[in-house]
Design a protein around this ligand. Structure first.
Ligand code: COA
Length: 260
């Protein structure tokens, strides 16, 4: 499929998605959300792809939010549908992807941009990055999962402060409060993402997919994550990856996981 708003590069098991609307600071319009949905679906199905990195084009922004020009005149119903559809197509979709997704936050990650980064399995940032949920300054609240995922990552009090003040935190502040795992220079951001991806790729992709499911279930209402862990743990014993991993350990060699 040809995309207009995103670029995809694939090499050695790593796919890098770049949101490519730099003139609009990579704001997420409907077309971009649809393209991202398609791209993530395709990449998850592609057995060669073991890790996905998502970043923004240009030096200024990861994503400066949902595209305000698209929803400024929406009604109550349209607003509700915008949030529901976006959550289903992109934000929940990314969070529940079995392929690990790293957000490489290379500049502003605001509103829907921070919500997208928070949907990824973890985040790294360049030192110029600025992150926040400015929605209340527009008379609205975060609608792509921000009120739920921000408290999960930084705690309720800090999340309340960030949402109520509509303020931004620097990359270092984001690291201090657990929003991002590492901060580096802009030049080193994608190399760091690749390095982390390389470490992930050494491990069983089947086990990683199961771990994502178990960790996510900790945060789902009415779902017992411990039961998910027990089930997924048991399922691992039926995989070729488990046989290879344990055999390689006993034979004192590096595992070569088939990913099945
Ligand atoms: N939606 C639509 N367009 C956006 C956008 C968004 N979320 N964020 C930036 N843009 C557009 C601007 O309208 C501008 O377009 P133009 O050149 O056609 O006028 C272009 O991107 C560049 O942005 P600009 O505001 O001129 O850059 P800046 O360096 O002065 O400011 C920001 C950068 C990020 C502080 C500012 O763009 C901003 O506050 N954006 C909105 C952030 C936001 O509220 N996001 C949450 C949305 S729910």
């Amino acid at each position: 499929m040809n995309f207009e708003n995103i670029l995809i590069e694939e090499s050695n098991g790593l796919a890098t998605i770049t949101i490519n609307r730099p003139k609009k600071l990579n704001a997420l319009n409907r077309a971009t959300i649809e393209e991202l949905n398609q791209a993530f679906k395709d990449l998850e199905r592609n057995e060669e792809i073991k890790v996905i990195v998502i970043t923004g084009s240009g030096e200024k922004a990861f994503v400066a939010g949902a595209d305000i020009s698209e929803f400024a005149h929406f009604s109550v119903d349209e607003g509700g549908r915008l949030a529901a559809k976006g959550q289903e197509m992109l934000f929940d979709f990314v969070e529940n992807l079995s392929t690990p997704v790293i957000a490489a936050v290379n500049g502003f990650a605001l509103g829907g941009g921070l919500e997208l980064a928070m949907s990824c399995h973890f985040r790294i940032a360049s030192d110029n990055a600025k992150m926040g949920l400015p929605e209340t300054s527009l008379g609205v609240i975060p609608g792509y999962g921000g009120t739920q995922r921000l408290p999960q990552l930084v705690g309720k009090g800090k999340a309340m402060e960030l949402i109520m003040t509509a303020g931004m935190v620097s990359a270092d502040e984001a690291k201090d409060c657990g929003l991002v795992n590492y901060v580096t220079t802009q030049e080193e951001l994608l190399p760091l993402a690749e390095k982390l991806a390389g470490k992930i790729m050494r491990n069983s992709s089947v086990a990683i997919g199961a771990a994502i499911k178990a960790v996510n279930d900790n945060f789902k209402d009415g779902v017992d994550g411990f039961q998910t862990e027990i089930r997924e743990f048991g399922n691992c014993f039926g995989t070729e990856d488990f046989k290879e991993g344990t055999t390689a350990f006993l034979e004192k060699r590096k595992a070569n996981f088939p990913g099945r």
